[in-house]
Design a protein. Structure first.
Length: 437
């Protein structure tokens, strides 16, 4: 297993105080005259995700069959659909594309990951690292990202995002910032995913409420029971609801569906928005609404028919994502009844092993490469190795990576039954690969 430290985009800033989540959005306007008449040619493959339109639509609108467009043509595109942003505000798109064109002419950086080892754990910022993967080298991505405004993790890494915000992922001023940053990650990831690959993106919705941000559900529960003596100001980070463009205090902000829409604008196929029905969830004391007991898993693909093995649902043991015979029928539907994680190991935001295992079983073959860019305690790696797949995991926290390394290292000797046991060959940590990062 390779475990190494890699480059971070904004340096290791874990000692920097976490910002409060407090909408204070400056006005942003498009300067139409700045690049007017410029002869700079911009690559369509970069323009399409930035304006959130398909290449075929762009060609139709502009009446062109080429692979490059001018800044004036980008303004025409922005005027077609003034609100459809992906990872940038509309007012930032032209400057961003012009800067990218300049960088393109200066650099010829070579993508290098993954480097061949069956398991690689990489310490660093996912956003900075996703561009270092060889095109088409990842067969499947399964991840559970930080959710918006929900948790303080062990290491907070400040990321410099393309829209100009500098904050740890999940600590954006607004849900819209979180959507832009999620779209930036999905855009960076897309070239690395194999043509028949799948991306499984686990995310939960958030409420726009005034609250303290805590480390895990147990802490939140203690607070509900009146056992947290800390005052408002004593918390590491707080979320303020006042100041949002339209979302009111106490309103659900509908993040998962909006991520799905942006993924579609980036060129992914939204195959399914899966509901993960959880048997146990943190109690919610609100008196004016029902309690939540679900999360979402977005299944995204690059082509209409990604690799998909429906039979895995019938063949795998329930602990590895096979049918939950008590609550699920033989039909593999978009409502998944999977146990909530026991939380053993202390990560605080773990998903159960059965969730990544089901995604991996459905969309990969033995020997394929699975990536989790927010690996946490390592359950995606445990699932991947238990099913005989290769695994690459990324996290900013050395503590979580060590936990992941231990859990994945146990796979070779754990009792997952006889299913594909002979394919599970764990490579020891000292067998480093030739990864150039
Ligand atoms: C929801 S947790 C993942 C939990 C994981 N699925 C599990 O079962 O344990 C999100 C993880 O993302 C990591 N993280 C946060 N910001 C990151 C970044 N910019 N790059 C990489 N990892 C990051 C956190 O340290 C945390 O472990």
């Amino acid at each position: 297993m390779t475990h190494r430290k890699t480059a971070n985009s904004a340096g290791d800033t874990s000692s920097r105080p976490l910002p409060d989540i407090k909408p204070q959005t400056p006005i942003a306007t498009l300067d139409r005259s700045k690049h007017r008449g410029s002869a700079q040619l911009l690559r369509l493959e970069q323009v399409a995700p930035a304006v959130g339109m398909s290449v075929s639509f762009i060609r139709k609108v502009l009446g062109t069959s080429g692979n490059q467009v001018t800044p004036d043509q980008v303004i025409t595109l922005l005027d077609q659909d003034a609100f459809g942003e992906t990872y940038l505000r509309r007012s930032q798109v032209l400057d961003h594309l012009m800067a990218a064109a300049e960088r393109d002419s200066e650099t010829g950086g070579e993508a290098a990951l993954p480097a061949g080892d069956p398991v690689q754990l990489l310490l660093g910022d996912a956003q900075a690292m996703l561009g270092t993967f060889r095109p088409g080298s990842i067969d499947c991505v399964v991840t559970s990202t930080p959710y918006w405004g929900m948790r303080v993790y062990k290491s907070s890494h400040f990321v410099e995002w393309a829209d100009g915000e500098v904050c740890p992922y999940g600590h954006e001023q607004t849900p819209e910032g979180f959507l832009r940053h999620t779209a930036q990650l999905l855009a960076a990831l897309k070239p690395a995913v194999a043509a028949d690959g799948s991306v499984w993106w686990n995310v939960m919705d958030s409420y726009n409420t005034r609250t303290q941000i805590r480390g895990n559900a147990a802490e939140a529960l203690r607070a509900m029971q009146g056992l947290d003596q800390r005052a408002w100001a004593d918390h590491e980070s707080r979320r303020y609801s006042a100041g949002h463009v339209y979302a009111k205090d106490g309103e659900q902000v509908l993040i998962p569906g909006r991520i799905a829409e942006r993924a579609s604008r980036l060129g992914y196929y939204v195959k399914s928005v899966i509901t993960w029905a959880k048997p146990y969830t943190t109690p919610e004391p609100q008196k004016s609404r029902v309690s939540r007991s679900l999360e979402y898993v977005l299944h995204l693909s690059k082509q209409r028919t990604p690799k998909f093995n429906r039979e895995a649902y019938r063949q795998l043991p329930p602990s590895l994502g096979g049918r939950n015979t008590l609550l699920e029928t033989d039909k593999l539907s978009d409502v998944w009844h999977l146990a909530t994680s026991s939380g053993i190991g202390g990560h605080g935001a773990q998903f159960p092993l059965s969730l990544p295992a089901r995604c991996i079983g459905l969309s990969t073959n033995v020997g394929d490469v699975v990536l989790d860019p927010f690996v946490g305690s390592g359950n995606t790696g445990v699932a991947a190795r238990s099913l005989g797949r290769k695994f690459v995991g990324i996290d900013v926290s050395p503590e979580y990576l060590t936990q992941a390394e231990e859990s994945i290292g146990m796979v070779g000797e754990s009792a997952f039954g006889s299913f594909e046991r002979e394919q599970v060959k764990l490579v020891q940590a000292e067998q480093h690969g030739t990864n150039v990062l």
